[in-house]
Design a protein around this ligand. Sequence first.
Ligand code: ADP
Length: 419
Amino acid sequence: MLIGCIADDLTGATDLGVTLSREGLSVTQVNGVPPADLKVPGADAVVVALKSRTNPPEEAIAWSLAALDWLRKHGAERIYFKYCSTFDSTPRGNIGPVAEALLAALGADFTVATPAYPRNGRTVYLGHLFVGDELLSDSGMRNHPLTPMTDANLVRVLATQARGRVGLVPFADVESGAEGVAARITALRAEGARHAILDATRDAHLEAAGAACLDLALTTGGAGLGMGLARALVARGRVKRGAQAALPALDSPSVVLSGSCSGATLAQVEAVKNDYPGFRLDPVKLAASGEHLDAALAWAKSKLGGTPILLYASAPPASVSQARDALGQERAAQLVEDAFRRLARELAAQGVRRFVVTGGETSGAVVEALGVRALAIGPEIAPGVPWTWAVDGEPFQLALKSGNFGGPDFFRQALKVTA
Ligand code: ADP
């Protein structure tokens, strides 16, 4: 394993996985701390998706160290700690404390940090993070309910979270290339720095940083520096495949399970309603009796075949608030998620191995119901949304889409890839 990655949330993990895959690395994503018995086939990169961004630092550290342990046991040559490109954290952490704990466990004394991802408008200049043309502290992130970011100076932000000294690899060094970065890192280490924020305002800076930092035991940042490291691995001739993985052939009906109520998803459901047989799940009916779900299941079984089928709870805002008023928000969501869990399980028992799922929470519920622990990242359907396939257990193929992703024709695009 060329690189073992620990991501502090699920969508961030997929973002990194897709980024590495785009550069030609074979990538497996593991959801949650990998159980000791989990074996994944050889991949260039394994990304462990944790949910450790906003939980207590002690817990985030424990999970990250458990992930580190598994990754090292499975031969990770270097470790990448992935967090959000807006450096989402609080003075307690969890970026600094987790980076410190990983350094200590690796017996290392220095790492770099950069959330920069210029193609998504995240740049770091003289240590200051910009979101588009605004400083982080002027952006909407200043009002984030869990991780309000009120200081754009990342050297200062990281210094409040980390024990060791925090330095800076400034613009002039990244502009002069990998040697400039390496020289600055040597100087910072000599001065006793334990961390360094890296400036980057364009991809070339991330490439320079990737090349200069490839031999560090630990690097940290957003998907952007992941790309820089991947390109450095490719340049060193370490990556064999060099192209995005193709989806394995699979003979299975296709089922769309749509639990997101986002605008993008509603348009996607609308776009196939006349072509795919569809069944709408209604939370109020689900609450009333078991008959509604039994009917959905019987309907789905009768329709399985060559044409994809659509089971959806996705509904416009007025209908969602009706359900919420009748049942309460949590109960409505729970009923729908439980319904999708059972549908996924029982359709899998009928031989369905290919699912397209909309909604972050819904995807989590379906993945859990199917018992899928590790996924290979395959071809990208829409920016940031890949086909994936299970690499332990049954060979499920899953397209997991968080609500707002993808254009109106997403379902057809997804299922075209499998044709
Ligand atoms: P997104 O990625 O768009 O946020 P999620 O799946 O994470 O989608 O969240 C959508 C939530 O809304 C889920 O908990 C789902 O069960 C719930 N839900 C889906 N349909 C309805 C509906 N018609 N009424 C109320 N809640 C719904």
